[in-house]
Design a binder for this molecule. Structure first.
Ligand code: ATP
Ligand code: MG
Length: 574
């Protein structure tokens, strides 16, 4: 396991003997005390203002997983309180992604906007109780009056309006008498409170904007802090799990529910997932898309669920990854290799092996008859006997990986070189007898080799050994393909590590996508269908991209067989 993950939690042991994370401990404590009558109801509450990313996957696995573990339910709730940034496309993508991850919210698809009437009625209730007031300060003034961590805030001059005036103004806000930003409804709490969120937070703002669900019914919209806890309460959520930055909103969450005297869920905060070599913020992901640093939300380099799905990741690998990293109260950065390892582990078990030559070099077997073709048997998956075998054609002209030949091999290079013998996977030993070069450029264009018919299947009866085994395809039988090799989207583990005055975009990796147009695959792969995954021997795991055309598949490299970055790092240290 990579060493730079988050600090692990102390893991006490639950009744069943399994170790519990701190959230499960809280739930079990509630179950013991009967706080929620043994009920566990969670929700996943995305704001539909972008595509989901791998950080959301962690929240999804956590919320649905907790509900499943304790025999409860998890709702899907669109937190659609900001009509300006939200789009139907995002709602559809969110549902697709949650489903693909393997979770089912059944008929519990909710929208915060469905609660606008109730939220409004509760707001009037607070006004009537003298706990909320209409304030005419501008946004800038509100901020200025709020004070700082070391300085108490200043009370708004509108704070002591009468209940009648507040009710009248709030109702007129609602019917659209005032322009955007002219007034707000604020909770009346304490301008000297040590927690800034308790200094008369804004509950409603005026925004004359059409909402995709409520149309033009509303021109005032509730703020997150007013909408979220009350939506949780309406849905009977028992455990409202959110990320750490909401920890100091919890007093406000509790205050609102207490003032209304309604069902009171427990908010629990955990550390959000951060991954090295990428960014997990919707604002930035939107920027990458709109500025065309990537080819859309589902670009296989994106940490979006749509991106990693297209790249070829499996939902199982993502769920295992989320399980493995656990939940913590401490912010940290998880190394990308954890995600990649989870994937390798999954695909190693189930991806069929195949041979693909990414950068072909011609090899003519001079002692093999012209026109002769043999079908050699190859094992589909050494990890899974039931995957069976397949036949690969062998003929006089083959293609091997250009990298697998060196005219002047360095000491630790065990592959093909002049006079050297290697094994062709599933086939024969071959020996390089002649190197043909382009007379103008000096580039190696073809190798002449001889094969030893006695080594069919890959072993020599005389017991002689070869040090290298390389993959190959038959030139005339091979299928054509385009291969897309992906690397980290950012050059640095922390994309925010930038010189003064620059931003994370300067760390974009210019080589995060390399396209190989002349790859050759063993013939069976010509028929592969979109989404199929393979291990190309010695190269990595690949999946068929939706850009594929009949007879012209496009393969994404999901991940290399080993972590090349770790190797590079190690090399540097040497
Ligand atoms: P972003 O910062 O990417 O815009 P967000 O928190 O604004 O994310 P929401 O749509 O509000 O996005 O998130 C829905 C749920 O997913 C919330 O409960 C949020 O706490 C959780 N979530 C978002 N990002 C992460 C993350 N990186 N790790 C874990 N949970 C996350
Ligand atoms: Mg949010």
């Amino acid at each position: 396991m990579p060493a730079n993950g988050v600090p692990g939690d102390a893991k006490p042991t639950g009744a069943g003997g399994a170790s519990l994370n701190f959230i499960e401990e809280i739930v079990e404590e509630h179950n013991r005390t009967g706080r929620f009558g043994g009920r566990v109801q969670t929700r996943f509450p995305p704001e539909p203002n972008g595509y989901l990313h791998i950080g959301h996957a962690k929240s999804i696995c956590l919320n649905f997983g907790l509900a499943a573990k304790y025999g409860g339910q998890c709702n899907l709730r669109m937190d659609d309180t900001n009509p300006v940034k939200e789009e139907v496309e995002y709602i559809e993508s969110i549902k697709r992604d949650v489903r693909w991850l393997g979770f089912d919210w059944e008929d519990r698809e909710y929208y915060a906007s469905e609660y606008f009437d109730q939220l409004y009625a509760w707001a009037e209730q607070l006004v009537l109780a003298g706990k909320a007031y209409v304030c005419d300060l501008t946004g800038d003034q509100v901020r200025e009056y709020r004070g700082t961590l070391t300085k108490p805030g200043k009370e708004s001059p509108y704070r002591n309006r009468s209940v009648e005036e507040n009710l009248d103004l709030f109702r007129r806000m609602r019917v659209g008498e005032f322009p955007d930003g002219a007034r707000t409804l604020r909770a009346k709490i304490d301008m000297a409170h040590p927690n800034l969120n308790m200094r008369d937070p804004v509950m409603y703002r005026i925004l004359h904007a059409e909402h995709q669900h409520t149309g033009n019914k509303w021109c005032i919209y509730p703020m997150y802090d007013w909408a979220h806890g009350q939506s949780d309460s309406i849905e009977g959520i028992t455990h409202s799990i959110c990320t750490l930055e909401f920890e100091n909103h919890r007093p406000l969450y509790d205050w609102c529910l207490d003032q209304l005297g309604i069902f009171h869920p427990q908010q629990i905060e955990f550390a959000r997932l951060n991954l090295s070599y990428t960014v997990l913020s919707k604002r930035r992901l939107i920027q990458l898309v709109t500025e065309k640093h990537v080819n859309g939300w589902d670009d296989p380099r994106m940490p979006t669920i749509a991106g990693i799905r297209r790249r070829g990741y499996t939902p199982e690998a993502i769920r295992n990854f989320c399980e493995r990293i656990g939940v913590s109260k401490f912010n940290g950065v998880i190394d990308m290799s954890w995600l990649e390892d989870a994937l390798r582990e999954d695909l190693n078990r189930r991806a069929a092996r195949a041979m693909a030559v990414l950068n072909p070099l011609r090899v003519v077997i001079t002692n093999y008859d012209e026109g002769q073709v043999e079908s050699l048997e190859a094992i589909n998956n050494p990890e899974d006997e039931s995957a069976g075998t397949r036949k690969v054609p062998f003929a006089r002209t083959l293609l091997i990986e250009r990298d697998d030949f060196r005219e002047d091999p360095p000491k630790d290079f065990f592959r093909l070189a002049p006079g050297r013998e290697v094994r062709l996977r599933w086939a024969y030993f071959i020996k390089c007898t002649n190197v043909i070069k382009d007379p103008k450029t000096g580039e190696v264009v073809e190798l002449h080799c001889t094969y030893d018919p006695a080594t069919r299947g890959g072993n020599a009866p005389d017991g002689r050994k070869v040090k290298g085994t390389i993959h190959w395809v038959s030139a005339e039988h091979a299928a054509d393909a385009e291969i897309r090799l992906y690397d980290h989207l950012f050059l640095k583990p922390d994309p925010d590590d930038v010189p003064e005055g620059q931003d994370y975009r300067v760390n974009l990796n210019p080589n995060s996508l390399v396209v190989l147009k002349a790859a050759k695959l063993e013939p069976s792969l010509g028929q592969a269908r979109v989404g199929n995954r393979f291990q190309f021997e010695r190269q990595g795991y690949f999946s068929v991209d939706p850009d594929s055309q009949p007879g012209r598949p496009v393969f994404n490299r999901i991940v290399a067989l080993r972590d090349t970055w770790a190797k590079i790092e190690k090399g540097k240290k040497k």
